[in-house]
Design a protein around this ligand. Structure first.
Ligand code: TYD
Length: 223
């Protein structure tokens, strides 16, 4: 039987969890994808075993989400919240490549987006508290050791998207990105003291941002 936990408090028994769980978050165009790959590579070079992963996942639910994000199927914010929740539980528990079993085997898990994205994106049109409660009170959804937020102004994100994308997903417009950034920052304030959240200025060069991220990782190991 599992231990009882208060809503919003999640821990994994330290004896079970051997690797570090690092989440990168940011607006579309924040350079997150590049930084996730660079961090994973840097950790491998330090001799760590690394699982590099992302949400939405490549599961069937991830496919439903991508259809909605691409605008091919219309879904409301509550449906999206529930689908992201289902995808995230699967991402944690599945026995082939789930986060939990990687951490137990001593892998560091580097994840591109996690529940903070549900709070920031779905939390605009769905009830934020409901979205937070569903994710934070689910014992199968592990709390990361750190969430690193790659902060760019929506204008910088927009400029980077314009350079790299021909197709746009439903959230990839400057008005929504402004709201999403505000929501992220609001949620981080709400989670202060409960979650380890680090905000990094991602308007700088790839190398500078990367160096900060590795420093944050190294500070985790010393704990
Ligand atoms: P993104 O990291 O931008 O993937 P890609 O660069 O491959 O398009 O993520 C896709 C979108 O999913 C992004 O706009 C944010 C959205 N998203 C949510 O709205 N809620 C969530 O819980 C997650 C994980 C992502």
């Amino acid at each position: 039987m599992g231990k009882m936990r208060r809503a919003g408090e999640k821990e994994m028994d330290s004896k079970q969890k051997k690797g570090k769980f690092i989440v990168l978050e940011g607006l579309d165009g924040s350079g997150k994808g590049t930084q996730v790959s660079r961090l994973a590579e840097a950790l491998r070079q330090q001799g760590r075993k690394v699982c590099q992963t992302a949400e939405p996942t490549i599961s069937v639910t991830g496919g439903l989400l991508r259809d909605a994000l691409g605008g091919f199927v219309k879904r409301d914010a509550y449906e999206l919240s529930a689908l992201f929740l289902l995808d995230r539980i699967f991402h944690n528990v599945n026995e082939h490549n789930g986060i939990q079993q990687y951490l137990e085997k001593g892998y560091d898990v580097v994840c591109d987006r996690y529940y903070y994205s549900s709070f920031a994106y779905q939390g605009i049109d769905a009830d934020l508290q409901w979205v937070m409660d569903m994710n934070l009170s689910c014992r199968e959804i592990l709390k990361p050791d750190v969430c690193i937020f790659l902060d760019v102004s929506p204008d910088v994100g927009e400029q980077r998207l314009a350079e790299s994308r021909t197709e746009r997903e439903i959230y990839e417009n400057s008005q929504t990105q402004k709201k999403v950034r505000e929501r992220f920052l609001e949620v981080f304030r709400m989670l202060e003291g409960r979650e380890n959240i680090r905000i990094v200025d991602a308007s700088r060069s790839v190398g500078e941002v990367s160096a900060d991220i590795i420093e944050i990782y190294n500070s985790l190991k010393e704990k």
